[in-house]
Every structure is written in structure tokens, then in C-alpha cells.
Ligand binder design. Structure first.
Ligand SMILES: [Zn+2]
Ligand SMILES: [Zn+2]
Length: 276
């Protein structure tokens, strides 16, 4: 009985605070902006599919959280409540560590899910959205939802974390995830030019991953992508697409745009062939 109540409480919290509120907010803020990254619009029925998959993901996350709560109650996690248990500043450091560790898990598990052996089983559902909407933030197949949850669970089990640090990390993760699918570049241009901020992913870079599945596997940072040669800022594609939309003749399009469009068409054809 207690387990069922815990599950329902986690489900309600993750669904309302982690999915419905951020997805609705970003959807209504950005859906009609004229300067969207892609000129294409979401396909009919796409949002219903994204919401359907996301609700299943929320249920898996709620079940996982209930399991983690059992581990916490048995003293098997590294959650601590007294901030004097660790040196001053550890709280902030632990949030940064969460971002680095989770980004590393995300990059490598994401690349693994893109291998032919795992793609259809784990990640094809997310890539059905070639022009993603904020409702796709949790649009994972069950196997991918388990892999995503495992990354967070390992952090909670092994890294000493204050509950406020955990909440801060989950808040950042939720914001980056929903923004990455909103279709509009929310990061100001001046911020992208600051050298220190260049290591962060942008909306454009994750959007580019949805049109070209060979680039941008990272979550918060693009460091692994740059190191492994899978980085593409997406800015060139964005610029070319916008300039091409003003050019009447397709013959004068730059070669890079032809390549980008070819890749986009292949991605669209491939993902259309995937099962729902
Ligand atoms: Zn992917
Ligand atoms: Zn995505």
C-alpha cells in the first residue's frame, strides 16, 4: 500500500512539475515564433504520439523513483541532509559534478542507442520527431526511459548529494531537455560567443541532431562531441536554410545546404518507416 502511494506521488510530481508545466510553457511561448530553427512544422498526430510516449516514460521514472526511495530508506544511497557533513562549497560542486557525470552517461548511452543493434529497440521512438516539439522531452521508448533513469539513479546512489542539490540538478536537466525540443533558439547570440559558454549545448545543436542523426549526442555540453568529432553547431544549417528560403532558385543553393537537405530527407524517410 505504501509503495503504491509512493508511486502515485512520484507519478503526479514528475508528470506535473517535470513534464506538463515545462512542456506547456515552452510550447505556448515558442510555437508561433517566426524565427523558428526549422521551416518545417510538426507532422499531424506527432504531438499526440509524443505525449503518449512521455506518459509511459513518466510511469517508468515514477517506478524507478519508488525503487530509489526504498534504497534511501534502507540507507543505500549517498543522500545527506546536514550541509556540515562536507566542506563549504561542496553543494555547488556536487551540482556541477552531476552535470558532468550525467552528460558523460548521456553521450555514450546515446551513441550506443544509435548503433544498428539498439536503435529500433531503444531510440527510434524519439527520432520519429524530426521537427520536435517540447512535448517530445520525455518521448522515449520504455528501454530508453530505463537507460535515462539509470543515469540519474547511479548518481543518487554513488555521489553524496544534498536533496537541494539533487533538485537543482533535476531542474537544470528539465529546463535543458524541454528547451532542446522547443524549435526556437532561446540562448542569446551574445552568450554563444562567450568562450566559456561555448562548451554548452544550444537548442540549435540538439535540433540539428533530430535532422542529422550523426551529430550532437551530448546533453548539457558539447565537449564529448567535439572530442569525438561528432559536433555540429547547427548554426551553418540554420543560416543556410533561412537564406535559402529567400532565394527563389534552388540551383544557386550552396553545396552544404544540398548536403544538409539530403541528410534531412534521408532522416525523414528513415524515421517515417519506423513503427509507432
Ligand atoms: Zn538520438
Ligand atoms: Zn531529442
Amino acid at each position: 500500500m505504501e509503495l503504491a502511494l509512493q508511486f502515485m506521488a512520484f507519478f503526479a510530481f514528475i508528470f506535473l512539475a517535470g513534464y506538463l508545466a515545462p512542456a506547456a510553457q515552452f510550447y505556448f511561448l515558442y510555437r508561433n515564433r517566426p524565427d523558428r530553427i526549422q521551416s518545417a512544422r510538426p507532422r499531424p498526430g506527432q504531438i499526440a504520439r509524443e505525449v503518449r510516449l512521455s506518459i509511459i516514460t513518466v510511469a517508468i521514472f515514477a517506478a524507478g523513483s519508488t525503487g530509489l526511495m526504498q534504497l534511501y530508506q534502507a540507507g543505500l544511497t549517498n543522500i545527506y541532509w546536514d550541509r556540515h557533513d562536507y566542506f563549504p562549497g561542496y553543494g555547488i560542486l556536487s551540482v556541477l559534478l552531476c552535470l558532468v557525470l550525467h552528460d558523460t552517461w548521456f553521450y555514450w548511452s546515446h551513441r550506443a542507442m544509435h548503433t544498428p543493434a539498439l536503435f529500433k529497440l531503444t531510440h527510434a521512438g524519439h527520432h520519429k520527431s524530426v521537427t520536435p516539439t517540447p512535448w517530445a522531452m520525455f518521448a522515449f521508448q520504455p528501454a530508453e526511459a530505463l537507460i535515462q533513469f539509470a543515469g540519474i539513479a547511479m548518481i543518487v546512489i554513488f555521489l553524496p548529494l544534498h536533496p537541494l542539490a539533487l533538485l537543482a540538478f533535476l531542474g537544470i536537466d528539465t529546463t535543458v531537455n524541454v528547451a532542446g525540443h522547443c524549435g526556437y533558439e532561446c540562448v542569446p547570440a551574445w552568450a554563444k560567443r562567450l568562450p566559456l559558454l561555448r562548451i554548452f549545448s544550444t537548442v540549435t545543436s540538439h535540433d540539428a541532431h533530430h535532422t542529422n542523426m550523426r551529430v550532437n549526442f551530448g546533453s548539457f555540453f558539447n565537449v564529448w562531441d567535439r572530442f569525438c568529432g561528432t559536433y555540429n553547431s547547427g548554426a551553418e544549417n540554420e543560416k543556410l536554410e533561412h537564406s535559402a528560403s529567400r532565394e527563389p532558385s534552388p540551383i544557386s543553393r550552396p553545396h552544404a545546404l544540398e548536403q544538409n537537405n539530403a541528410s534531412r530527407l534521408n532522416t525523414a524517410r528513415w524515421t517515417r518507416a519506423l513503427p509507432d
